[in-house]
Design a protein around this ligand. Structure first.
Ligand code: FAD
Length: 511
């Protein structure tokens, strides 16, 4: 970040102390260390936080690394388990199961990509489940885990991982971090916002107590209410309910019954889907549904009667509308977190979108006048992020083969051209989407295409240059290498115990 003299923003006010607020405060306290910038965060215990958001993506490890956070400490402090991917049950036909992993399938065995060889083998013989060629999937299924090697000698050893954690503990952990680095936390409810009549820039927020907090840059982390970006600035909202119509959820934690594996689960239900996110001390469960197809009572009954262990809280209902603000940065206000938009939690993308917002903001860290070139660039990058997540989420719905009215309608839902083109390219020629900016790389698209039974009509003709015997031999060798690598890994829970102990040991050493 290039900071230039007194033209740069010095007074930053963050409104909201949920995951978004404290991630932003922690990152800015780190990035602006040594400058004259001050950071204040206002939060209201009376209003509270949304209280969900337990599954993450591997990119969160980059965020933690940027803050110099020790992973073993993080796991100990947030009751975290490891996440190697998401298991989707019943999303194609009832009884189907596949995992979208944080790793690749197969390795290079010829000039074409691996899945073309698998496709040919699959058409002529039994190539076996595509997941058997992926170490992250095989490890998840066996409930094994170990840290990936620093220098993998083969793509078969390359995978990544994320965490399933207690989001309120993560926010508390980052709050400690940020406060130690000078962030001032102010308790109170913002009741009025002062703006400059000419520029429309926010100049201050005032609390119920009467305290006035002036600032030059305001970061709206106030959750769904979008206190600054919408209530005050009337930025407008791109409503994507026609693409992603689920609009409600119930969430409830339960006790753990069996040893938990290193993955999140999503099970398709009559008018939505149910999540299962195992932590060290409990399992987070929730049902996401569309109220045009399922009543609240049916939803809560469906969720509470399907818990594997005793419930440890009352079900909590949440309401949302999928979409995003027309501008995530408007004048001197940047919306990060739920205030900026929400695309339902199917692929655990919200915390990652928070992270993207923070990284783009620090890269474009503004002058006081918030130059329109910086604002436009930020909005362009974030729009791209949201569009790509939207298309990937929709893919799961449009490829379903279920028979309930909700699912039949989802199959035929109007879809953006950007998604239709990707589906068509894969169906006709096994071409997988690839782009530089935004979430979800080829391995992700591939796992959902194949996992939900969209098999390509043809494969890359270069595959024919390899004899059938050679191809079958390569595939058998890859399956066996994956299996033996997974066999050598410790069990997931044994790994967590050892990892946690390494943090406790380091602490004892320091005492
Ligand atoms: P909130 O948690 O709502 O925080 C808002 C803050 O603003 C609070 O501190 C509040 O006190 C403060 N505030 C509001 N108004 C005022 C005011 N007037 N004055 C002062 N303070 C104020 N994300 C994932 O990455 N993975 C998941 O698995 C996942 N699951 C989800 C499931 C559901 C059903 C939902 C709805 C969301 C899920 N999310 C998930 C999203 C995730 O919960 C959020 O992205 C994340 O918690 C960030 O929320 P936030 O900080 O933006 O908002």
């Amino acid at each position: 970040m290039k900071l230039r003299s007194d033209q740069m923003v010095r007074e930053i006010v963050i409104v909201g102390g949920g995951t978004a607020g404290w991630m932003t405060a922690a990152a800015l306290s780190r990035k602006l260390a040594g400058t004259r910038a001050t950071i204040k965060l206002v939060e209201s215990a009376e209003i509270g936080t949304v209280g969900v958001g337990e599954a993450t993506l591997p990119q969160i490890r980059d965020f933690n690394r940027m803050l110099d956070i020790d992973e073993a400490e993080l796991m100990a402090r947030t009751s975290a388990t490891i996440k190697l991917g998401i298991e989707f049950r019943d999303w194609g036909r009832t009884g189907d199961q596949y995992i979208h992993p944080f790793g690749v399938h197969g390795e290079t065995i010829g000039p074409a990509d691996f899945h073309h060889y698998w496709s040919k083998e699959n058409a002529t013989a039994d190539a076996g489940d595509f997941g058997r060629y992926c170490l992250a999937i095989s490890a998840a299924r066996k409930q094994h885990f170990d840290l990936p090697p620093d220098n993998p000698t083969s793509p078969l050893q390359a995978y990544s991982y994320a965490f399933q954690f207690d989001a309120s503990l993560y926010a508390a952990f980052l709050a400690d971090y940020a406060k130690q680095r000078g962030v001032e936390r102010i308790e109170g409810k913002v009741v009025t916002v002062g703006t400059d009549g000419e520029s429309g820039f926010i100049q201050s927020v005032t609390l119920e107590s009467g305290q006035l907090i002036p600032g030059e840059l305001f970061i709206d982390c106030s959750g769904f209410r979008g206190l600054l970006i919408e209530h005050e600035m009337e930025t407008g909202f791109d409503d994507w309910s026609d693409y992603l119509p689920c609009n409600r959820a119930f969430a409830i934690p339960c006790k753990i019954v069996d040893p938990v594996g290193p993955y999140t689960r999503s099970t398709a239900r009559a008018a939505g889907w149910q999540w299962r996110i195992p932590l060290q001390h409990r399992i987070g469960n929730g049902l996401v549904y569309c109220n045009r197809y399922m009543s609240d009572q049916d939803a809560v009954d469906m969720l509470t009667t399907s818990l594997e262990g005793e419930a440890i809280a009352e079900p909590k209902q949440l309401f949302f509308k999928t979409g995003k603000r027309k501008k995530l940065w408007n004048r001197n206000c940047v919306a990060i977190g739920l205030s900026g938009g929400f695309l339902e939690p199917l692929e655990s993308t919200s915390i990652d979108l928070i992270q993207s917002g923070i990284l783009s903001l620090t890269a474009l860290f503004p002058e006081k006048r918030c130059a329109s070139s910086d604002v436009d660039e930020y909005n362009r990058l974030m729009d791209l992020e949201f569009d790509r997540v939207r298309d990937f989420l929709m893919l799961h719905y449009v490829l379903n083969e279920r028979e309930e009215p909700f699912w039949r309608d989802m199959r035929n839902i109007a879809r953006p051209d950007s998604l239709s083109e990707k589906i068509e390219a894969f169906k006709r020629r096994a071409i997988v989407p690839q782009y530089d900016h935004g979430l979800f790389q080829p391995a992700s698209w591939l796992s959902v295409f194949i996992g939900q039974n969209l098999l390509p009509e043809t494969y890359d003709p270069r595959v024919d240059a390899m004899s059938d015997d050679d191809r079958t031999g390569h595939l058998a060798r890859i399956r066996s290498t994956v299996e033996s690598n997974v066999g050598r890994m410790p069990e997931h829970l044994a790994f967590i115990r050892k990892y946690r102990a390494s943090f406790a040991g380091a602490q004892a050493g320091q005492a």
